[in-house]
Design a protein. Structure first.
Length: 169
């Protein structure tokens, strides 16, 4: 398995996996499949342009993209010390292999190389105990629950806010 930062050249694989992720786990992603499908290619490719404020890592098995995780950071001075982990997904057939942990280790290592960055934030659906356990294992701590964070087909879903403090060892 190979983990690396994705680039706009990975757009076709990324788009396919992103749409699969929303279909497979709709309560883990804000956009619907229809909304994400309608995004122009250039808008989706922009997510794959690494900058001081964003990066997306991908996990490849035999040259096939099987997992992704993104990191977004706001440039505004009052909040640029934090970044948000987004778009986490590993295909069902690749989930038992520790790929999610390796993706997170890559994005955390990337974050630690940004001197002013001291905190990673994420949200996880409270009905996903496996993801919550992985994040806790990696050092993320609970910061609270956003009740009714999403409504899917008339049913509300809560999200747990979690943070990893990079400046605390």
């Amino acid at each position: 398995m190979k983990i690396r930062a994705l680039t706009p050249a990975d757009l076709a694989s990324y788009r396919q996996l992103r749409l699969e992720s929303i279909r497979d786990s709709p309560s883990s992603f804000v956009p619907t499949h229809e909304e994400e499908s309608a995004l122009p290619a250039e808008q989706m490719a922009a997510r794959l342009k690494e900058s001081p404020f964003q990066v997306t890592y991908g996990a490849f098995q035999d040259e096939v993209l099987v997992g992704v995780v993104g990191l977004l950071r706001d440039a505004r001075s009052k909040i640029c010390h934090r970044a948000t982990v987004v778009g986490v997904y590993v295909t069902p057939q690749a989930r038992a292999g520790g790929i999610a942990q390796r993706l997170f280790e890559a994005v955390i290592a990337h974050a630690r190389n940004i001197p002013e960055l001291v905190q990673l934030d994420l949200k996880v659906n409270t009905i996903n105990p496996g993801a919550r356990a992985l994040y806790a294992k990696l050092g993320f701590v609970s910061c609270g629950i956003d009740h009714r964070a999403m409504r899917i087909e008339g049913k509300f879903h809560d999200e747990e806010r979690m943070a990893l403090y990079l400046d605390v060892i």
